[in-house]
Design a protein around this ligand. Structure first.
Ligand SMILES: C=C(O[C@@H]1C=C(C(=O)O)C=C[C@H]1O)C(=O)O
Length: 430
């Protein structure tokens, strides 16, 4: 089931300082961009020298193990020492253990990165006996490193236009499904469950995917704009960000639409911050994160009360969590421990997952799964794949949006909330 790398796969990664002006996405592949960007900085990847694919309940553990082996055997030259320099794999994981979607880690052949005014290029290749085992980048393997010069940049093409249409679950079906979820909560089966619906669109097969990432990044500057293996989005929710044994997470749960004018907007934020339903829903999510992290950390602190996070489409209740990592825990270990949080599954987790599998008539794929990157030290940045769409090679696009359902949820209000959560993708295609 798993393509575990043989210990012989040895990756050499050499990072060099370069000078880069303008959007990093110009260096990415228009058809298969790899990117993790915040306010224009971050990393983009080109090509592929190694890919691991993982499935089933052990996908996180298998990926963490595979990455440990790759990182331990790697030969890394990194004078830059910034988040995202050196050896890096992009990753995207399926939401459900039983998903038909595989989960992936991908080491690009080239990474162009920029942070705090410093830019770099990393060139990776597979060396030694494992060179034949590498994936599509095999042609470059063993061929020695190209120079540190930047890969070719190309102008980002026109943004493809398309309209998102409700898919498996119509709006009415969603309202009915939320109604059933509320009944099950009343019956005591779960405390909270996150119910999602799907929507599709079709873009030209040759559309420049980078244009969608660019639009998302510009419209939602406080998010991580990502593109990994066909999954493109802008997530406001940091599952965990790890740097030099310190980690942070941002828990979001509890949402309301932005107001039409300043007064209404302020009132909406106040209502959210004082709504017992939303505060309860938020507390489930925070507790699930703290519980999951405890075995992996030596210290953890969360803000006393949630704050209201303002996004262009929504207000969210948010709590930031800061932690110190125990020795030997990597970003992927934390991801494995955290997923699925109550923010995207519900509480208690197992009962909520069973109810999602029963009530949602589709496979979430990688929606609501972790997406991000990891480096040779286990550092990295992982967000929950929200406000995103999977775009296949033929241009078929599938997006999902969900809402946390608790005992006094109003199904019609939850439908409205999912509409707001589709907006980043819907607007990026307008
Ligand atoms: C499930 C989604 O969002 C999650 C659910 C939220 C909620 O129920 O209030 C808020 C933020 C996210 O944790 C989504 O965007 O699809």
């Amino acid at each position: 089931m798993t393509s575990t790398p043989s210990p012989a796969v040895r990756v050499r990664a050499v990072t060099t300082v370069v000078s880069v002006d303008g959007p990093l996405l110009r260096f990415a592949d228009p058809a298969h961009p790899l990117a993790a960007l915040r306010r224009g900085d971050g990393i983009v990847g080109i090509g592929e020298v190694w890919r691991g694919e993982f499935r089933g309940a052990s996908r996180f553990a298998d990926a963490a193990l595979a990455w440990r082996a790759i990182a331990a055997a790697a030969d890394v030259v990194d004078p830059v020492h910034r988040a995202g320099s050196g050896l890096v794999a992009f990753g995207s994981f399926a939401f459900a253990d039983a998903s038909a979607s595989s989960s992936v880690l991908v080491v690009p052949e080239t990474i162009v990165g920029r942070r705090d005014g410093v830019a770099w290029v990393t060139r990776a290749s597979v060396v030694g006996d494992g060179a034949d085992a590498a994936t599509s980048g095999g042609a470059a393997a063993g061929a020695g490193h190209k120079g540190a010069e930047l890969p070719p940049a190309t102008e980002i093409g026109e943004r493809p236009r398309a309209t998102l249409a409700a898919a498996t679950l119509s709006r009415d079906d969603f309202v009915a499904t939320v109604g059933r979820a509320v009944e099950r909560i009343r019956a005591g089966d779960v405390e909270k469950v996150v119910i999602a619906r799907d929507a599709t669109a079709s873009i030209p097969a040759d559309a420049d995917r980078r244009a969608i990432v660019t639009e998302l990044a510009e419209a939602y500057p406080d998010t991580l704009a990502f593109a990994v293996d066909g999954l493109i989005g802008a997530s406001p929710e940091t599952l965990v960000s790890v740097h030099a044994r310190e980690a942070s997470a941002r828990v979001l749960a509890g949402s309301t639409a932005r107001g039409a004018d300043a007064a209404e907007d302020a009132a909406a934020a106040t209502r959210l911050a004082t709504s017992q339903k939303d505060l309860d829903e938020h507390e489930f999510a925070v507790q699930s994160v703290l519980r999951a992290l405890r075995p992996h950390v030596t210290a953890v602190t969360a803000s006393e009360a949630p704050f209201t996070l303002k996004l262009p489409n929504l207000w969210h209740l948010a709590t930031d969590v800061e932690l110190e990592l125990a020795e030997d825990s990597s970003g992927l270990d934390l991801v494995a421990a955290l997923h699925p949080t109550a923010a995207v599954a519900g509480s208690p987790t197992d009962a909520a997952l069973a109810l999602i599998a029963e009530l949602e008539p589709f496979d979430r794929g990688r929606y609501a799964g972790p997406v991000g990157w990891i480096d040779q030290d286990g550092d990295g940045e992982w967000v929950i794949a929200l406000r995103c769409a999977r775009i296949d090679d033929d241009g078929m696009l599938v997006a999902h949006a969900g809402a946390g359902i608790v005992i006094d949820s109003d199904p019609v209000a939850e439908l409205a909330e999912t509409r707001m959560k589709f907006r980043p993708i819907a607007d990026a295609l307008r």
